[in-house]
Ligand binder design. Structure first.
Ligand SMILES: Nc1nc2c(ncn2[C@@H]2O[C@H](COP(=O)(O)OP(=O)(O)O)[C@@H](O)[C@H]2O)c(=O)[nH]1
Ligand SMILES: *[C@@H]1O[C@H](CO)[C@@H](O)[C@H](O)[C@H]1NC(C)=O
Ligand SMILES: *[C@@H]1O[C@H](CO)[C@@H](O)[C@H](O)[C@H]1NC(C)=O
Ligand SMILES: CC(=O)N[C@H]1CO[C@H](CO)[C@@H](O)[C@@H]1O
Ligand SMILES: [Mg+2]
Length: 436
């Protein structure tokens, strides 16, 4: 129990408990003179946890018909809602279903996520992307909750994937490239537990070789699968054998067959019966033991402290948050915020200056354009003026000539009138003379 409790303490992240562990110089051990009652803290924690209930999320990856739904039903001894999917899905989809389970007084909220259509497409290389996206989405929504001002993590439904069962088809040859690519993409995001599905379809000697082959392929491709913890005394006893049995070869069945005088879960064949829960038939019991009875809490913890932590760190660094500056001095969130704000203001100022310069430049351009146009207009005006003056001069010249004409005509007319008048008087005299 103390070991489990230590993990809970880390989980609860509560100041009260942190002070529990001696730290710093000024802490002195004191003995108590009588009963105080804080020895009930473990009981309080157990009661609180029981009251709150637990949550566990499993992701099953494997091609359609490999036995994912059957194994889940067998593991939890129930009948989950199983929709049979066709082999003709255009793309991989993830289907999550949450169930409330209870065993004695412990409540477990279990989410089973299934990959629908995995490996059914022509282009199998794209199969892993929806899985990666799904896992990241769960991390992201937890991070968003954590970053809220008003957090409610105590009643937040944690949907982060705690364990990923990767179903390997019992070919006996080697891993498919899709298996390696997918596991490689996921190994920093989730605890991968590879299992050999339908292990009753492969012979014992072949199975042994197949396991060795798979493990060496995983190692040579640098795929990190979940290792059962060795640092914890309470579970270390089972580690040696269990880590050596990976990947577990499993058989699933919800069918009950009578063996001797008992009904056991088994698969019945014309030549005999494969008992799911018999360790000399398959590793189902080992898987159930390691996944549910021994390491469920470790899987939850690893998800939070390793995989989620990595996601969170990358995400926050991407956003520009850091713990230390380039000189390795610690930087607080406030400082980062101030620095970011300063950076933003400088950028804003720069933009504003650029805008202003651009404006001035534009105004200058426009001004010179206008000046050019004005000069142009002035030129044309001058030209018109000159033309006009020329025309005026020509007209004046014409007028002068006309005036001259007119005056000479007037003179001539006056002379002619005079002449006429003279000739008239002369004639009159002659007449008078004649009359006389
Ligand atoms: N031989 C054998 N058949 C299995 C095993 N588990 C499931 N099956 C059968 O495989 C078929 C598909 O199983 P199912 O669980 O629906 O596969 P899923 O599509 O991965 O969910 C069913 O007919 C099961 O009876 C197993 O361990 N061994
Ligand atoms: C824990 O619960 C049990 C039974 O429900 C009760 O007897 C016990 O007093 C509780 N302990 C504490 C410390 O609350
Ligand atoms: C498990 O299988 C072995 C071999 O088939 C058999 O001898 C043994 O009795 C089985 N155990 C149980 C508990 O049925
Ligand atoms: C494989 C491995 O590391 N096994 C360890 C399991 O735990 C025992 C006891 O804690 C160790 O002695 C083994 O070395
Ligand atoms: Mg299914």
């Amino acid at each position: 129990l103390p070991c489990v409790l230590r993990k809970w303490l880390q989980h609860l992240d509560n100041d009260l408990f942190v002070q529990f562990l001696p730290q710093g110089q000024g802490v002195r051990p004191l003995s108590l003179a009588g009963h105080v009652g804080f020895d009930s803290l473990p009981d309080q924690l157990v009661n609180k946890s029981i009251c709150q209930g637990f949550c566990f999320n499993i992701l099953c990856i494997g091609e359609t018909g490999i036995g994912k739904s059957t194994l889940m039903d067998t593991l939890f001894n129930t009948n989950f809602e199983n929709l049979e999917s066709s082999h003709f899905e255009p793309q991989v989809k993830l289907h999550a279903q949450t169930y409330d389970l209870q065993e004695s007084n412990v409540r477990l909220r279990l989410t089973v996520v299934n990959t629908v259509g995995f490996g059914d497409q022509m282009n199998k290389q794209e199969s892993y992307q929806p899985v990666v996206d799904y896992i990241d989405r769960q991390f992201e929504s937890y991070l968003q909750e954590e970053l809220k001002i008003k957090r409610s993590l105590h009643n937040y439904h944690d949907s982060r994937v705690h364990a990923c069962l990767y179903f390997i088809s019992p070919s006996g040859h080697s891993l498919k490239s899709l298996d390696l690519v997918t596991m490689k993409k996921l190994d920093s995001k989730v605890n991968i537990i590879p299992v050999i599905a339908k292990a009753d379809t492969i012979s014992k000697s072949e199975l042994h070789k197949f396991k060795i082959k798979i493990m060496s392929e995983l190692v040579s491709n640098g795929v990190q699968i979940y290792q059962f913890p060795l640092d914890d005394e309470t579970v270390a006893k089972v580690n040696t054998t269990m880590n050596g049995h990976l990947p577990f070869a499993v058989v699933g069945s919800t069918e009950e067959v009578s063996v001797g005088n008992k009904m056991v879960k088994a698969r019945q064949y014309p030549w005999g019966v494969v008992q799911v829960e018999n360790e000399s038939h398959c590793d189902f019991v080992k898987l159930r033991e390691m996944l549910i009875c021994v390491n469920m809490e470790d899987l939850r913890e690893q998800t939070h402290t390793r995989h989620y932590e990595l996601y969170r760190r990358c995400k926050l660094e991407e956003m520009g948050f850091k713990d230390t500056d380039p000189e390795c001095k610690p930087v607080s969130l406030q400082q980062t915020y101030e620095a970011k704000r300063q950076e933003f203001l400088v950028e804003l100022q720069k933009r504003e200056d650029e805008m202003r310069q651009m404006f001035v430049q534009r105004v200058k351009e426009k001004e010179s354009e206008l000046k050019e146009a004005e000069r142009d207009l002035q030129g044309r005006f001058e030209q018109l003026k000159r033309l006009h003056a020329d025309e005026k001069a020509a007209l004046e010249e014409k007028k002068r000539l006309l005036d001259e004409d007119q005056s000479s005509f007037g003179k001539r007319r006056a002379a002619a009138q005079l002449l006429q008048a003279q000739s008239l008087t002369a004639n009159g005299k002659k007449d008078k003379d004649r009359k006389k």
